[in-house]
Each structure stands twice: as structure tokens, then as C-alpha cells.
Design a protein around this ligand. Structure first.
Ligand code: SAJ
Length: 416
């Protein structure tokens, strides 16, 4: 096996894996993209994408048409493997590492001495070490870093993705990259791989530190959003405009309060802090409180919307947006979906939903009677209550005169 990276295998072709695969392919590396979802594999091999992310379609199309990116459902022997699969939590907020384990075991049969394995999925501290042990269990003919450190046949690192949905292609290249090697050699080889595509600095550390760094970044943001969300409850109670209060407070040179919203969604910030709580339950009361504040916000918004509907005698409520944040289609852990589902249960009339980035309702809403996906024009014409749940550009562009005479719950402060 050469020490060059001529061929890499990216396991998991989702919001992180697919852009990563496309960026490496655009730099001339032969990339095999692997996904267990056959429809995803087929879509990509046609040069198309299954997710909404600016410019990704163009890059994937280019990579597939030059033959540098090929999708398949089984890994192949490669110089490096990048694992970018989900790490959700179970009902009790305990981390679910089954996707990472399955991905690791799927590459075990094709691993050769000299290969590099990188885990990009956000993981609880200790996961990279577990991957090394799982692989060793499957391949006793090879040595791994938990056994042989720098002398191992296979190198393993954790290099967490830190890209912001909506700006993935830009941030993938420009962001600094934290690289946690299970040994120094693991880290150095991983940096050599990323330097093919990354313009940001590669910062080398241990695997466990890199795991905690990634979790800390998202927990930091969660705690700060919780502060803004708590302020919004306080301001509502005191009948003060929270958006104005925050804007004025942020004129202080050392204050930068984030924006309140309907809650925190997405597969990262609403999930990762629980991995810290699971690893250090007694040491993380602030992080756990922040999660509870943010998880409580959708319930508050539902009460506001129902109160407005009652007061105005409304028969139709329009929910604008289902994605977890602006200008994307990702609905994972989305507070907007949670709010819409709760409204459908509690409201006797009709709930109209507008989501410009998706042609279908998500599974969680598809079965609900009383919910109808419609276009913006119909929703604005019919509804007496307008609940703005996501600050998509299409909603920012609404002429304010269209809202006159309606009860408006603007959870993102775009029409204040
Ligand atoms: N939100 C607010 N108020 C704010 C900012 C965000 O309510 O002021 C809400 C959003 O509406 C959304 C949620 O928080 O529901 C999360 O959105 P986000 O834009 O803060 O972050 P994500 O989840 O899209 O991406 C985060 C990023 N992490 C940090 O900014 C520290 C990204 O860099 C990570 O790569 C990503 O998580 C990840 O995959 O871990």
C-alpha cells in the first residue's frame, strides 16, 4: 500500500460525507462513496444529489462525470477511509454508536496494511479507541494503534467535521481542522490527507482531545442559544421585545447574545451536548440545563400559537417552515416539525404547512390528519394565524402588507 492517497473511500454519503467525497474528487483523488441506501447510491451515480446544499449539485455532477467519484454500497480497498455516518442518541439520551460500528466493520474485510481510517462523525470521548478495538477484533492479522501506536499496520484518527449546513463547501475547505491521532503518526498522515483539500490550518492533538473539542464547540453554542431562549421567555413575560433588547445589549463591546428561536434543531447541537452529559453526568449541570431550556422552547411556542388562534377565533393556522434552520431542507430534530405536530394534535381547525425546500411532509407529519403541505400564497390567503418557524429567504421576502389583519407569531424575529 502506497503512502500516497490515490484512492479513498468515504463511508456515509449524507450532509457531511457527500460534500467531503466531492471535494476530494474535485482535487483529483479517486473517491469511492459508500452508502447503505441504494436510492442514494443511484442518485449520486446519475450525477445528482439527494440533499439541498448550495453548489453541491454542481460539484457532485462534475466529480461523477469525470469518473473521480463513484458511489456503491460496499467499501473497496483504499489508501484511506473516512467514516461520516450519523451518531444519534437513544431514547434515554445515551449515544448510539451502532452506525459507526457497522461502518468500521464494513471496511474490516478490505483493509490492508498501510491504510488510514478517519472518523469524522461526532463521537463521545473514547469512540476512536473503540473503533480500533472493533477493527482489531475483526482483523487479528493486522496491528492497530491501541496495540502498537506508531508501529501499527493501520493508522486511526478522529477529525471531526465542523462545517455549517448551508455553507458546507466553503467551510470544508476554509475551516481549520482539528486532527486527533491515536498516535503521532496517525495524526501526521491524517493531516497529509486533508491538506490535499483543506486550506485552513491542521491542528494536531490526541483522539480523545479531538473528540471533546468537537463536543465542546456544539455544547458552547447550545448553552449560548439557551441563554437567548431563556431571555425570550423572560421578555415575553415582561411584555418586552426580546429582539430589540438583545440588539441593544449587543452594542456593549463585550456582549454578543445569540438569537432566540423556536428551539434548537439539527443533528448536532441538539444531540452532541448529551454525549458530554453521558460521559460526565455530575460535572455537566450547565450543559444539561441548556439542553432542557432549548428543548422546552417548542412547547412555549405552541402555547403562544394556540392562544393567538383562540383569541382571533381562527379556523386555519399557517406554519411557515419545517427545516431546522434557514435555507436548507434538513428536518432532523427540527423544532418546527415538533411544533407543527403538536398543533395538529391540539387545534381543531386546519394546519397549513409551507416548506419551500421540500416537496413532501416528513414522516412525523405525513400521517397527521388536519395538516396540509401547501404553497406560500395559499397559506397567506387562507390562514388567520401565521406562525413563522424558519427564517427561509422566501419568508423574509413576504410583503408585510400580506400579514395585516392576521395574528402573527414570529419566532425568528424577521418581521419585527
Ligand atoms: N439557532 C438559534 N439561535 C441562534 C443560532 C442558532 O436558535 O442564534 C438554532 C438554529 O435555528 C438551529 C440550531 O440552533 O435550529 C442549530 O443551528 P446552527 O446554525 O447553530 O448549527 P448547526 O447545527 O447547523 O451546525 C453546528 C455548527 N457548530 C457550531 O457552530 C459550533 C457546525 O459548525 C457543526 O459542524 C455542526 O453543528 C455539526 O455538524 O456538528
Amino acid at each position: 500500500m502506497s503512502l500516497k492517497f490515490e484512492k479513498i473511500c468515504v463511508i456515509g454519503l449524507g450532509y457531511v460525507g457527500l460534500p467531503t467525497a466531492a471535494v476530494f474528487a474535485s482535487r483529483g483523488v479517486q473517491v469511492i462513496g459508500v452508502d447503505t441506501n441504494l436510492a442514494t447510491v443511484e442518485t449520486i451515480n446519475q450525477g445528482k444529489v439527494h440533499i439541498v446544499e448550495p453548489d453541491l449539485d454542481i460539484m457532485v455532477n462534475g466529480a461523477v462525470s469525470t469518473g473521480k467519484l463513484q458511489a456503491t454500497s460496499t467499501p473497496q480497498t483504499a489508501d484511506a477511509y473516512i467514516i461520516a455516518v450519523p451518531t444519534p442518541f437513544k431514547d434515554d439520551h445515551k449515544p448510539d454508536l451502532s452506525f459507526v460500528k457497522d461502518a468500521a466493520l464494513s471496511i474490516a474485510p478490505v483493509l490492508e496494511a498501510g491504510a488510514l481510517v478517519i472518523i469524522e462523525s461526532t463521537c463521545p470521548v473514547g469512540t476512536t479507541d473503540k473503533v480500533s478495538q472493533w477493527l482489531a477484533g475483526a482483523r487479528s492479522d493486522l496491528s492497530f494503534p491501541h496495540q502498537a501506536a506508531d508501529d501499527a499496520d493501520v493508522q486511526i484518527s478522529h477529525s471531526p467535521e465542523r462545517v455549517l449546513p448551508g455553507k458546507v463547501l466553503l467551510e470544508l475547505v476554509r475551516n481549520d481542522r482539528v486532527i486527533g491521532g491515536m498516535s503521532r503518526r496517525c495524526a501526521e498522515r491524517t493531516a497529509a490527507l486533508y491538506k490535499i483539500a483543506v486550506e485552513g490550518e491542521c491542528l494536531l492533538t490526541t483522539a480523545a482531545t479531538a473528540e471533546l473539542v468537537k463536543l465542546s464547540e456544539n455544547a458552547y453554542r447550545d448553552v449560548n442559544i439557551a441563554f437567548a431562549n431563556e431571555l425570550s421567555l423572560i421578555a415575553d413575560k415582561m411584555d418586552i421585545n426580546v429582539w430589540e433588547a438583545i440588539e441593544l445589549a449587543n452594542h456593549h463591546p463585550r456582549v454578543n447574545i445569540l438569537q432566540p428561536g423556536p428551539g434548537v434543531g439539527g443533528h448536532c447541537i441538539a444531540v452532541d451536548p448529551w454525549f458530554i452529559a453521558d460521559g460526565a453526568p455530575d460535572e455537566s449541570p450547565l450543559i444539561q440545563s441548556a439542553r432542557k431550556v432549548n428543548d422546552g422552547k417548542p412547547g412555549h411556542v405552541v402555547k403562544q400559537i394556540l392562544a393567538a388562534a383562540k383569541e382571533s377565533g381562527a379556523t386555519t393556522i399557517a406554519c411557515l417552515g419545517l427545516a431546522y434552520k434557514a435555507n436548507i431542507d434538513d428536518m432532523r430534530e427540527s423544532p418546527a416539525v415538533e411544533i407543527t405536530a403538536a398543533l395538529a394534535d391540539a387545534f381543531d381547525g386546519e394546519v397549513l404547512v409551507v416548506e419551500p425546500n421540500s416537496p413532501n411532509l416528513p414522516e412525523a407529519l405525513a400521517e397527521s390528519e388536519g395538516i396540509k403541505l401547501t404553497d406560500l400564497e395559499t397559506a397567506l390567503n387562507k390562514a388567520q394565524v401565521i406562525a413563522l418557524l424558519v427564517d427561509h429567504q422566501e419568508f423574509k421576502d413576504i410583503d408585510k402588507s400580506r400579514l395585516e389583519g392576521k395574528a402573527v407569531i414570529d419566532t425568528r424575529g424577521i418581521w419585527r
